[in-house]
Design a protein around this ligand. Sequence first.
Ligand code: ATP
Ligand code: MG
Length: 455
Amino acid sequence: MSRPTLRRRLTMLTAGMVAIAVVGLSLGVWLLLRIQLYDEVESSLREKVARVAHRTDPLKLATIPVWIRPDIDTLFGVVSRQGITQRPGFQRERLPLGPVDIAIAKRQQRDSVRKVTVGDTNYLMLTVRGETGQAIQIARDLTETDQTLQRFAVVLVAADAVVVVLTVSLGYALTRRGLRSVESVRRAAEHVARTQDLTAAVPVARRDPAEMASVARSVNAMLTALATSQDAQRQLVDDAGHELATPLTSLRTNIELLLRAEKHPERVLAAEDRRKLLEDLRAQIGELSTLTEEVVELARDQGAHEEHIELDFSSVLDAAVSRARARTPDVPFEVSSEPVTVHGKRAALERALLNLLDNAAKFSPDGERVEVWLRPGENTAAIEVADRGPGVSEEELDRVFERFHRSADARALPGSGLGLSIVAQIVAAHDGSAWLTHREGGGTVAHIELPLPDR
Ligand SMILES: Nc1ncnc2c1ncn2[C@@H]1O[C@H](COP(=O)(O)OP(=O)(O)OP(=O)(O)O)[C@@H](O)[C@H]1O
Ligand SMILES: [Mg+2]
């Protein structure tokens, strides 16, 4: 069974309430009119009976007396104390007799007004005490009055029906407008479910009711939050892939070197070289395990919960350099540093430095030294990583920090263009800055500057 729609429910509820109200009102009006009309009939009867009460002759009349005309719809009767009824000679109909009428004749009751039926006709009958010691009955035909009431009832029922139908159609149209925003929220949710596109915001129109506008805004806020978290996840997957790619490449190169030596006995490696290669391999596998742990850590809490602590920047640099040496054993790194305390996240800063060292090692020509300085300044601690590589063109100095941006010359070398964007992100989170400059005599200098903690 399909569920009733909110629209139908609201419409039915309003229509039901309107119907109860108009039917109640109509009934009230109709009853009031009935009371009014019957009152009029009653007072005309009282007026007439006042004229008859003192006469002794009405019953003796054989023709309709002039004072009755033109009210030939009026019937008379006289009731004695013994309950004997008499009627005028000109009148065929006899009015019914009840115990009330006898009680009135006996002076036990003042008067009575009631509805009676004579033949097929309804009458309103008034019984009063007559002056000569009987009860006088006078009754008026109610046909016309009842017809008026009936016609009025028909008009009222028709009017009620029109009002209810109008309410239903108006209610349906109005709820349609009111629920339009529910419809747009539904459409947006469906679109998201179908396309996974989280950018589809629910439109908020100025005429939307406050509740619906707030629902739409909440849904939009939720979509934005989901999109942000989705972006963060994508970025994490990219970054994790990037972090693992560099050590895997050097691992593969060394293994290929060993395999080649195995396949070509004439190019057999000297025992010393072989031992060094194996040691490099061990160091690289160690580096890979460290990195895997880091990536898992990063995925678990996206680095958000690593505490900012006071740490010696030079020890972070040393750790990064020894990892870079393990990755690229052929590149000579020359480090000049002195202890300086900064405030930050150790693992993140190490990752940033390692990325700069990786770049320098990757772009350095064979055998060229990579020089690294850590210089404490007045308010900052500055690290420079300098190589003798091809350098970066003037117009690309900034762009290389964008995600996936790589200069055309760099595309022959392995990499994905993510390293510097990770550096920029980490450094920014430490209120520092990172940039590249040309090195005098050729090459690149990568800079990182962090603020010193307040003393
Ligand atoms: N030391 C450098 N010498 C010359 N060019 C550099 C140097 N460092 C960065 N670049 C340029 O900046 C680009 C972006 O560097 P980034 O570290 O972000 O990516 P990548 O090293 O190419 O790849 P990935 O770091 O993802 O492995 C490089 O492709 C290169 O063109
Ligand atoms: Mg890089």
